[in-house]
Write a protein that binds this ligand. Structure first.
Ligand code: IPE
Ligand code: IPE
Ligand code: MG
Length: 252
């Protein structure tokens, strides 16, 4: 490994290792605009977006962040032109197949959240295989939100809870926040500490509606394919300057 690579692998000196977010979530936005700005088809932006995600995963691992959740495809993204949707589904499948060995070597545990049932069967098969093969990995927890919608997730949780009540297995008085959260797709994950959105849009776009209740939000104008370690360092610096009060009074 070159000296420069070693340097990039270590946590930048201006970041406090004791105050890093445990769980970072990212809305990877701006692939289309990145491509269009270069006179390229939108799909080239998606291809480059995959490289940015691979780099960020590795960076989180190098810098000691325990969990990364990335928004790859929303329940609303089906409304895009058919060829873009088809391209994305094929891209996800190909990347997953190509990356599985590396994720095993790097001890990554991968999960997918969203309505996985309606994805193309060949993509589902790769998803199942990747989740099964990495289930015992103890390194970074990498979650990919695919065909994910926060409202859909909440509706599905309500339905599952209502079924239990109907069968007489659950007293409505026992439904509390903890029980509800156990019915979400993210049951095995703590809530994100930091939510990053690229490309300057100041919105959540139906991502992790329940889970971001107290996440720190960070929006950058950088388009997703250009979101690199330096851009991530800036996001973490901003995070480390926040006072997370959780509704209480200032902690410092
Ligand atoms: C994000 O980039 C990727 C997906 C939603 C799949 P976009 O494709 O939304 O890029 P813009 O927002 O059109 O630039
Ligand atoms: C959010 O980006 C979804 C993903 C990043 C997968 P969009 O580009 O779909 O969101 P809007 O349309 O700008 O709200
Ligand atoms: Mg977009």
């Amino acid at each position: 490994m070159s000296a420069k690579q070693t340097l990039l692998r270590t946590l930048p000196v201006d970041l406090d290792p004791a105050r890093l977010p445990k769980h970072v979530a990212v809305i990877m936005d701006g692939n289309g605009r990145w491509a269009q700005g270069r006179g390229l088809p939108r799909i080239v932006g998606h291809q480059r977006g995959v490289d940015a995600l691979k780099d960020l995963l590795r960076c989180c691992d190098d810098w000691g962040i325990e969990a990364l959740t990335a928004y790859a495809f929303s329940t609303e993204n089906w409304g895009r032109p058919l060829e873009e949707v088809d391209f994305l589904m094929t891209l996800f499948e190909r990347v997953l197949r190509q990356q599985l060995r590396e994720m095993m070597e790097e001890n990554v545990r991968i999960r997918f959240v969203g309505n996985l049932e309606t994805l193309p069967p060949s993509l589902r098969a790769e998803i199942d295989r990747a989740m099964e093969e990495t289930v015992h990995n103890t390194g970074i927890q990498f979650t990919v939100a695919t065909n994910y919608g926060g409202r859909q997730e909440i509706v599905e949780a309500c339905r599952a809870i209502a079924e239990q009540v109907k069968r007489g297995e659950l007293d409505p008085a026992a439904i509390d926040r903890e029980l509800f959260a156990r019915h979400l797709y993210t049951v095995e994950l703590d809530d994100p500490d930091l939510l990053i959105r690229t490309s300057g849009e100041m919105r959540i776009s139906n991502f992790l509606l329940w889970q971001v209740a107290y996440a720190e939000l960070y929006v950058t104008d950088t388009l997703w394919p250009e979101f690199d370690r330096e851009a991530f360092r800036q996001a973490l610096l901003s995070y480390q300057q926040r006072d997370r009060r959780f509704g209480k009074v200032a902690s410092r």
